[in-house]
Design a protein around this ligand. Structure first.
Ligand code: PLP
Length: 375
């Protein structure tokens, strides 16, 4: 028998993670390229110094102040408002979603999503010993609602994971889709929760509504958000959700004691006070995204419609060669998604210029031009 005595199904598996390489242009993990201003840095530092004076004590287990601040922030995206009892937070929305699987998944139940999608979802299921069911997306990466509904009715999942916009494709989910799938998951006993993962929600195109608006209509709807992307706070590890208060109460049963450190709470609160500044570049990133998409299409490439701060483009007969060619020119993107596709995060205007120049050089240089006639 092999040592250490790892669970059978985990043997030989690699931990999840994009390469963290020290290159000039990092467009691989959908971060906000703009760092905090000196004013934000100063306010965060003051908040941390204040938290440090009581670090001998455990933090507020209920993170009440932070929940109230997050509820306020979310209330801007729904006419119905969000109250603190509807909010839960953890160390990144990855932890929030793992907690959801811990509370609502488990052996004898199942969780469901539609591929291609975020590759962490099946890992939450595996780690909580929840059987995993995977449906598919259409060739334009949208959801066929008849297929989705039929799959939910067939498998009766206790958790459905629906990112909107989807990663790595950027595809947003229309509100009618959320409604239909929430109803499908409410159609059996005891019903399943539907998690709309809006990690990139703030980047959605004007006129696209947030699933937050639907919360009063569906007691099984959970909307997950993060401070890691639009909010430019990936390093702080803060994710959160809004849902019916019974769902937040259920998560409380599985969370570790004092899971959100006093430092994390202080940093998140300080950052939320600066929301307008931290989110100030979102419009600019949206514009840069739309320009990047148009430029890629102008080069004859296929690009998935995107409501996020990244674009999935292709297709390449040897995508790894293109990825490597870009890396050789100091540009790191992500080799992810269906075969032949690559994903680029939207950076600053300068970074995108470097990306375009590098891609032009790579595509012109060798046999890495697009596949003729694909899609
Ligand atoms: C980046 C991302 C998240 C956020 O992860 P954090 O743990 O909050 O940093 C969640 N869902 C998807 C689909 C993502 O791409």
């Amino acid at each position: 028998m092999s040592w250490p005595p790892l669970r059978e199904e985990l043997r030989g598996l690699e931990p999840y993670g994009a390469p963290q390489l020290d290159v000039p242009v990092q467009l691989n993990v959908n971060e906000n390229p703009y760092g905090p201003s000196t004013a934000v840095v100063a306010d965060v530092a003051t908040a941390v110094a204040e938290a440090a004076t009581t670090l001998n004590r455990y933090p507020d287990r209920e993170f009440s102040e932070l929940r109230a601040a997050l509820a306020d922030y979310l209330s801007r995206d729904t006419p119905h408002g969000i109250v603190p009892e509807q909010v839960w937070a953890a160390n990144g929305s990855n932890e929030v979603m793992l907690q959801l699987l811990q509370a609502f998944g488990g052996p004898g139940r199942c969780a469901l999503s539609f591929a291609p999608t975020y590759s962490m979802y099946p890992e939450y299921a595996r780690d909580t010993m929840t059987p995993w069911v995977q449906g598919h997306r259409e060739t334009d990466f949208s959801l066929d609602l008849d297929h989705a509904q039929a799959l939910i009715e067939e498998h009766r999942p206790s958790v459905v994971l629906l990112p909107s916009p989807n990663n790595p494709t950027g595809t947003a989910l229309p509100p009618e889709a959320v409604t239909r799938l929430c109803e499908a998951a409410a159609g059996y006993e005891p019903g399943g929760i539907v998690v709309v993962d809006e990690a990139y929600g703030e980047f959605r195109r004007a006129g696209t509504s947030s699933a937050l608006e639907l919360l009063p209509s569906h007691r099984n709807l959970v909307v997950s958000r993060t401070m890691s992307k639009a909010f430019a706070l990936a390093g702080a590890r803060v994710g959160y959700l809004a849902a019916a208060s019974e769902i937040c109460d259920a998560i409380r049963v599985v969370r570790l004691p004092y899971h959100l450190s006093a430092v994390t709470q202080a940093v998140a609160l300080a950052a939320l006070r600066h929301a307008p500044e931290l989110l100030g570049r979102v419009d600019q990133l949206r514009l840069e995204r739309d320009e990047t998409v148009a430029w890629l299409r102008g080069r004859g490439l296929e690009v998935a419609d995107t409501d996020a701060n990244f674009a999935l483009f292709g297709t390449f007969p040897d995508r790894h060669a293109v990825w490597q060619g870009l890396l050789d020119r100091g540009v790191l993107i992500r080799e992810v998604g269906p075969d032949g596709w690559l994903r680029v995060s939207i950076g600053t205007a300068d970074e995108m210029t470097t990306f375009r120049d590098a891609l032009t050089a790579v595509m012109g240089a060798d046999g890495t031009a697009t596949e003729e006639g694909t899609r």
